[in-house]
Design a protein around this ligand. Structure first.
Ligand code: 13P
Length: 344
């Protein structure tokens, strides 16, 4: 890749993890946003989805001060606000960067019961060039790795699932860079199940090692990428839960062993942690290790930025301001956690 193109990618990647800022994941697929709207008894229509996303993108404090970029879904990147302004323009006007989820979801992986492979590579080159025209400067692809029993006497993850998902992530990342788009590579090791924190550590270490091997083979320039991983946490059903300090120590150790120093930033998914847990754990990492790490540690939360705002909104126009206040608050708390300066 020529140096100017790489520098352009590097500038965007660094802006995505600017001090005190992180990413809003607002790329819920139609199925997922329906589930979120079901929880507040709101019908999911093109208009209600637009209204909800519009209120988030018009939240001044959050967007200007704490949200470096927003991951959008295919429908949203094409939508206009009620007054006709494209939603991407609202994001840009707030000084934030539009991004786009480009994978087509995790589908059953043949030969590996219970496991999935993320699809969406066919036609991706053409889709990326259209998304660039629509304003996207970064993209996201999520691979899903599950820990546990596969129900047929085997253990998950299998080598096949880890390897094939890493390969798909690498080809996606190479295609993004060809299109001048920064790839967020997201290999999510799920926190479902009853496994302990050390199992999460071992599996995540394996997954990240495989990922960086494949990114190398695919000739991806790491300076122009962002990693979106899980934290190292015990499964939700594990008997022993861990302190934020243990989560911070094990997460940082895992990354030091696997993530090259050329990667500008690591932005966590929340993955089912509560809003406060996700903030507290990010804060614990930055509090203890900020200044001694080669990469910025920040957030790319979906549920952990939106749960309170969604509830406050509940689909009613008169609640828009209350929802924005809730969103501003969570964004501010995570902005502080990004600097290790949060307190509850
Ligand atoms: P959560 O933070 O809700 O896990 O969503 C982040 C995301 O984008 C998962 O792909």
């Amino acid at each position: 890749m020529n140096e100017n193109r790489l520098e352009e990618l590097h500038v965007v990647a660094r802006a995505m993890v600017a001090p005190g800022k992180g990413i809003l994941a607002a790329d819920e697929s139609s199925g997922t946003i329906k589930k979120r709207f079901d929880s507040i008894a709101v019908e999911s229509t093109e208009e209600s989805r637009r209204d909800y996303r519009e209120l988030l993108f018009r939240s001044e404090t959050a967007m200007r001060e704490h949200v470096s970029g927003v991951i959008l879904y295919d429908e949203t990147i094409r939508q206009k606000a009620a007054d006709g302004t494209p939603l991407t323009t609202l994001i840009e006007q707030a000084g934030s960067i539009p991004g786009i989820k480009v994978d087509k979801g995790a589908k059953p992986l043949p030969g590996c019961p219970g496991e999935t492979i993320t699809e969406g590579l066919d036609g991706l080159r053409e889709r990326l060039s259209e998304y660039y025209e629509l304003g996207a400067r970064f993209a996201k692809w999520r691979a899903v790795i599950d820990i546990g029993d596969n129900g047929q006497g085997g253990r998950m993850p299998s080598h096949t699932a880890v390897h094939q998902n890493a390969q798909a992530l690498a080809r996606y990342a190479a295609l993004c860079q060809e299109a001048n788009i920064v790839p967020i590579v997201e290999p999510e090791v799920l926190m479902d199940g009853g496994h302990d924190i050390d199992t999460c550590y071992e599996v995540t270490k394996w997954v990240l090692s495989e990922l960086y091997q494949e990114l190398y083979y695919a000739r991806v320039e790491l300076e122009g990428t962002i990693l979106k991983p899980n934290m190292i946490v015990p499964g939700k059903k594990a008997a022993d839960q861990s302190s934020p300090e243990e989560i911070a120590e094990k997460t940082v150790r895992c990354f030091r062993n696997t993530v090259p120093a050329a990667v500008p930033g690591i932005v966590f998914l929340s993955g089912g942690q509560s809003e406060v847990e996700a903030t507290r754990n990010l804060d614990a990492m930055n509090r203890a290790y900020r200044g001694e790490l080669p990469w910025a540690l920040s957030f790319s939360y979906g549920r952990a930025l939106q749960t309170s705002a969604l509830k406050a909104w509940s689909g009613k126009a008169e609640n828009v301001r209350a929802a924005q206040i809730a969103f501003d608050h969570r964004a501010k708390m995570n902005g502080l956690a990004q600097q290790g300066a949060w307190s509850d």
